[in-house]
Design a protein around this ligand. Structure first.
Ligand code: ZN
Length: 306
């Protein structure tokens, strides 16, 4: 049995349910390279296991995942120590390196999990930002604790057009996707439920047990039936353009990175304060996207980044 540094891998109900938990609670379950590589291993392990019918993806601690790890000690050390930084384009330079690395570890990873031959349920609590959303969207079903909040702040804080896996219009609808990306504002779990992104909202204290109950109900279905239902919906989305639009938007994402790398002397591939972006540490708290106000009550007025 594999040991993971950044995950917990649990089997429930005689192995019919596998629960994978992101396990860096002190780092808000930010996704470092080691975690993403382990997560791919864990998903493929559950996929290969014929006992397994449903996979739950959750996170330990108060937050499901705060997104990609953009600079913790762990993440920085991995640039020189993790073997995946020397393969899949990691030894190349410039846009080629970034494109290939993001293609493998952000985009194709996520797409592979979306197409996993098992039913998957994401279990979210607390604020889920940016690449945290990619992990949720890769799953067939999403359930949330009543404190779950969702936002993508890469536009307002990094000058980027969204995530490497551009699920936004498919999950929020096209106009809401534009609004949320252009403002960096958040929606709560109830609005995500009304948009169809989230299936169930559970009290925080009952999130784990209720998600397991939900998984048990789905695990009763014949595996062939469950997979054909999943595949019918996925193929419908693919026929509607999901697959090709994600490919196109990945390319646009790389164009956006290439722009910032080109205009910065240090080749930093995202916007900096000199580009009109509020510095990450000084950014105002993320506020809810409210129907009748530009900025939620109680938040500072003016043109902050969030
Ligand atoms: Zn990127």
């Amino acid at each position: 049995m594999a040991d993971y540094d950044f995950l917990q891998y649990e089997m429930h109900d005689d192995g019919s349910i596998v629960r994978i938990l992101l396990d860096r609670p002190d780092a808000r379950n930010a996704q470092n390279r080691g975690m993403l590589v382990e997560l791919d291993h864990a998903f493929l392990r559950a996929e290969a296991d014929d006992q397994c019918r449903v996979v739950i993806l959750g996170g330990t601690g108060p937050i499901f995942s705060s997104g990609h790890d953009l600079g913790s000690k762990q993440a920085v050390a991995e640039y020189s120590s993790h073997p995946t930084w020397q393969i899949n384009g990691g030894s190349r330079d410039g846009t080629e390196k970034r494109m290939l690395q993001e293609w493998h570890y952000f985009f194709q990873n996520t797409l592979r999990w979306r197409n996993l031959r098992k039913i998957t349920i994401a279990q979210a609590q607390g604020p889920v930002y940016a690449a945290g959303l990619m992990l949720l969207w890769a799953c067939d079903l999403i359930v949330g604790a009543d404190d779950a909040v969702f936002a993508d702040v890469v536009g307002t804080r990094l000058g980027m057009c969204g995530l490497e896996y551009f699920g936004h219009p498919w999950e929020f609808g096209p106009r809401k996707a534009k609004e949320l990306l252009l403002t960096g504002d958040s929606i709560d779990v109830h609005e995500a439920h009304s948009l169809g992104m989230v299936s169930k909202v559970f009290p925080r204290a009952e999130l784990e047990s209720s998600t397991l109950d939900f998984a048990r109900r789905i695990a009763k279905l014949p595996t062939m039936t469950a997979l054909m239902i999943k595949e019918s919906v996925n193929q419908t989305q693919d026929a509607q353009g999901f697959y090709s639009s994600l490919q196109a938007c990945f390319t646009i994402h790389q164009l956006n990175h290439a722009h910032w790398a080109e205009v910065h002397d240090n080749r930093f591939p995202a916007a900096l304060p000199e580009d009109g972006i509020t510095a990450w540490r000084e950014a105002l708290p993320i506020v809810p996207a409210e129907k009748t106000t530009v900025r939620a009550a109680g938040a500072a007025a003016g043109g902050g980044a969030s």
